[in-house]
Design a protein around this ligand. Structure first.
Ligand code: PMP
Length: 288
């Protein structure tokens, strides 16, 4: 596998970061996870914009322009012969001293990995998945803005460990108010009386690219989409529940802790949205 690192495609074994990079020492850096469908980079502009916005919020200067990053992503997928897969685009703070100050790191490092995609098992798309509500609370915007897609995912990882310990693949994270935020790597939606509801941006979420696409597709299908505060009771009493994410696409949740959602099967609106989403990924608008 070839990895794009600071302007060059190098063999994976030669794609190395320093132990003094603040990404290694402190998780100081930002990233994006992006899908490739039919050789096209899905929603590439939105992802690159989000990367630059994450970087701006932590005052991390990215050395490349947005266009150079898009070109580098295409170079990387071509070098690896990938037409359907996943891109990991990362910018680290760079090498610095052992102190916290990011401003002693003079050269940020950008790298791009293009690989195959690991999705949830097909059985979960067919029958829905079980999730838990984690005890680990999602950090709030005044602690660490969840819109910064940073290399420090420990808050999410702690909730993911809870999920794995409970024998499920995902965990729902609540915010400090006790309302629903999102999952460890996916956004969450419910369907109630035909309306689609998802936690609003004040709920402490990463504003997912897939979330945005699914909301537009739903509206195009004539469905009502509401962004608001969602409580754990709203989840449990929902007719349908589904998750969205770059890797997950759209996947139904049919059980939350011990509660069965709706009739326990993948709902009609979830199925409609997954179909619409998959059609969209191969359409001419997919690159965004
Ligand atoms: N929330 C979190 C915490 C995430 O890490 C992700 C991405 N894996 C998402 C939501 C979904 O975002 P996207 O649709 O942009 O992949």
């Amino acid at each position: 596998m070839k990895v794009w690192l600071a302007g060059k495609l190098v063999d994976q074994d030669d794609a190395r970061l320093s132990v003094f990079d603040h990404a290694t020492l402190y998780g100081d850096g930002v990233f994006e996870g992006i899908r490739i469908y039919n050789g096209r980079i899905f929603q590439r502009q939105t992802h690159v914009d989000r990367l630059f916005e994450s970087a701006r919020k932590i005052r991390l200067p990215i050395e490349q322009t947005k266009q150079e990053i898009v070109d580098a992503m295409y170079e990387t997928i071509a070098a690896n012969g990938i037409s359907d897969g996943y891109i990991r685009l990362v910018v680290t703070r760079g090498i610095g001293t052992l102190g916290l100050s990011p401003f002693k790191c003079t050269k940020p490092s950008t790298f791009i990995i293009a690989d195959s995609i690991v999705m949830y098992p097909q059985e979960m798309y067919d029958n829905g998945m079980a999730v838990i509500i984690a005890k680990t609370v999602r950090v709030s915007a005044d602690m660490l803005d969840p819109c910064i897609k940073s290399l420090n995912y420990l808050n999410n990882i702690c909730a993911k460990i809870e999920a794995i310990d409970a024998g499920v693949a995902e965990a729902i994270m609540l915010n400090v108010k006790g309302n629903v935020a999102e999952c460890t790597g996916d956004n969450i939606f419910i369907v109630k009386s035909g309306q689609i509801i998802t936690p609003d941006t004040d709920s402490g979420i990463l504003v997912g690219v897939t979330r945005g696409v699914v909301m537009s597709l739903a509206r195009e299908l004539g469905l009502t989409v509401i962004e608001q505060q969602v409580t754990p009771d709203d989840l449990r009493s929902a007719d349908e529940c589904f998750l969205t994410g770059t890797a997950a696409e759209v996947i139904a949740v049919t059980k939350i802790d011990e509660s069965i959602i709706g009739d326990g099967a993948v709902g009609e609106i979830t199925t409609k949205l997954l179909t619409a989403f998959r059609e969209f990924t191969t359409s001419d608008q997919a690159e965004g």
